[in-house]
Ligand binder design. Sequence first.
Ligand SMILES: Nc1ncnc2c1ncn2[C@@H]1O[C@H](COP(=O)(O)OP(=O)(O)OP(=O)(O)O)[C@@H](O)[C@H]1O
Ligand SMILES: [Mg+2]
Length: 369
Amino acid sequence: MPREIEHDAVFYDLKLPDRDELFQAVREVVQTMKHKHRTVVELQPEEMQALVQAMTGMTLKQARQVLAYAALDDGKLTMGDVDRILHRKTQLIRAGGILDYLPLEDNRVEWGGFANLKQWLARAQVGFSPAAKALNLSPPKGILIVGIQGCGKSLAAKAIAREWKMPLLKLDAGRLYDKYVGESEKNFRKAISLAESMSPAVLWIDEIEKSLGATGTDTDGGLSRRLFGSFLTWMQEKSQEVFVVATANDISQIPPELLRKGRFDEIFYVDLPDLQERGAILRIHLTLHKQDPRDFDLPTLLQVTEGYSGAEIEQAVIAALYRALYLEKPLDTDLLVQEIQGMIPLSVSRKEHLHQLRTLAQDRFINTR
Ligand SMILES: Nc1ncnc2c1ncn2[C@@H]1O[C@H](COP(=O)(O)OP(=O)(O)OP(=O)(O)O)[C@@H](O)[C@H]1O
Ligand SMILES: [Mg+2]
């Protein structure tokens, strides 16, 4: 804004259309389609709601367009078009460049272990209920999950969205940063507005210490600090049902303001999987690759995977399957054990780092299991 007219200008943040506006737009398009193009509309009132729900996060123009396309393509508007709208929305959000979108319909994640976290989530979920609203309770804000690589932090973010039947929006924090001054903050506001228009939704901020948390440096003219400030303010004030799942590998990089009580509802710490959890992970990944877990000597496998992360166990299963295919024989316990023992897990190669993280986190944060 040129300085001469700055104080005469009124700033107004245009939000994305809400459900009522979208509903109105859908009705208009449906009317036009019926009369002008003889489209057959086979939608019950509750199906109209599903259609509108699928369109949240789109602009009115995008919503009208996608609906018109869906109708003209086969001369019909049916429940089957919801999928097409979701698909188009995924493309539009990705093309926007800041958020990635995982519709609930495509989220098929499975997670083992995490008993404490699961229990916490079950309790927190009541915060979204009408009963909680009636008591003037605000919905849960979000959690931070810290822990070493490959222990299932990203997996947890997806699983929470799945468990709560919400769409997942992943903030690509790296792409928030724009070379033009002011654009980054605009990008951030855009992302937030999109998430809010799609609420209830899970907003996942991966590796928050690398993006919003990097407040130690002044090399970017304080930009990351300002973004971080905007984020904190938004967290504090948000009333929409946008649940933030932030993950971090390195707590020493996280500014203390973020760890203070009241920012996140809870901070969780993920350690290496214990015996039971390793069993669950092994079963999930064996089954995923069409192996029957009962064909393997589980106690031996549990013993040799001590100190291995979920990602490492998954990697061992895949590598062993490759070997089995190459050797033209079925996968067995021996092949798995060889792969496992041939690996050097992070708990060995980065022993000091793990120890440091553990001592820092253990008495400050809640263990996920
Ligand atoms: N509890 C678990 N149940 C099932 N699979 C798991 C579990 N933990 C880890 N895995 C497997 O390990 C892989 C890596 O986990 P994930 O990407 O969630 O780790 P991360 O903690 O986000 O790691 P990073 O810090 O590298 O991002 C997952 O894709 C999953 O297949
Ligand atoms: Mg991750």
